[in-house]
Design a protein around this ligand. Structure first.
Ligand SMILES: CC(=O)[C@@H](O)[C@H](O)COP(=O)(O)O
Ligand SMILES: NCC(=O)COP(=O)(O)O
Length: 247
């Protein structure tokens, strides 16, 4: 069986982090989105955090106007974010868990424990034609909950996998990889399109990219960091090559 094509969504949040460090307008995440489009990235991901620590409201419209690439808006499950999503109508909305004090998204969304909170938000987005995705751990209980919510897409949080790789813990790494592979197969079998992302790098991306059912990887922090040394275009191109080789 030939695996599905694997899309690369580039998360440009941390271009905005650098911009915000000085309060001006440089570097502009919109310019990053244009560069991603020019080198064949498949989509732009942007997380409008409740505390606006990187992407800001005004960036969304500017990103949408600057490129034709589909925008995947990462958002917390709140009324405020729902309203913003409905105003901007991104191609996709990925519901993520959010804690103000966290350094980054530390785990997956508890879709199983929050069905009643998530359901009206998921349905409202879906009824307005936005492709809804849930950012969850690769775990059967969470996948079941995603099925019950009727979402077309889940994105598996690869943070634990990335930590295991960083720490050189090969046993944990194999375990994490297996659960992402198993849950990707189960999602696809049940008609949900599996995506993955968080903490992916040149060094750890290939085993994930080789999972045949995965349709999209969303990668940001590492690419923006690497862009400091080689430029964003080259960083995206190289990531794309590694993903294609792994396929
Ligand atoms: C949900 C997720 O994983 C992304 O939004 C990404 O990591 C954004 O960066 P921060 O988590 O650092 O805000
Ligand atoms: N959903 C994951 C994402 O968009 C990118 O995460 P990271 O590569 O910035 O860790």
């Amino acid at each position: 069986m030939r695996p599905n094509p694997l899309r690369l969504g580039v998360n440009i949040d941390h271009v905005a982090t650098i911009r915000n460090a000085r309060g001006g307008d440089h570097p502009d995440p919109v310019r990053a989105a244009e560069l991603v489009a020019s080198v064949g990235g498949d989509g732009i991901t942007a997380h409008l955090r409740e505390d606006r620590r990187h992407i800001r409201d005004a960036d969304l419209k500017r990103i949408q106007e600057a490129t034709d690439l589909p925008l995947n808006l990462e958002m917390a499950a709140t009324e405020e974010m729902l309203e913003i999503a409905l105003k901007h109508m991104p191609h996709a909305a990925c519901i993520v868990p959010e804690k103000r004090e966290e350094r980054t998204t530390e785990g997956g969304l508890d879709a199983a424990g929050q069905h009643n909170t998530l359901a009206p938000i998921v349905w409202k987005l879906r009824d307005n034609g936005i492709r809804v995705s849930l950012f969850i751990e690769a775990d059967e209980r969470q996948l079941d909950a995603a099925l019950r919510l009727g979402v077309p897409v889940v994105e598996f949080h690869t943070g634990e996998y990335a930590h295991a790789h960083l720490e050189g813990d090969s046993e944990r790494l194999s375990r994490e990889l297996k659960r992402i592979a198993d849950m990707s197969a189960l999602a696809a079998k049940n008609g949900i399109e599996p995506h993955a992302g968080h903490g992916l790098t040149y060094e750890n991306v290939q085993p994930i990219a080789a999972i045949p059912q995965l349709a999209e990887l969303n990668i940001g922090h590492y690419l923006v960091g690497e862009a400091v040394f080689v430029g964003l275009e080259q960083a995206v191109r190289h990531m794309r090559e590694l993903m294609d080789d792994a396929r």
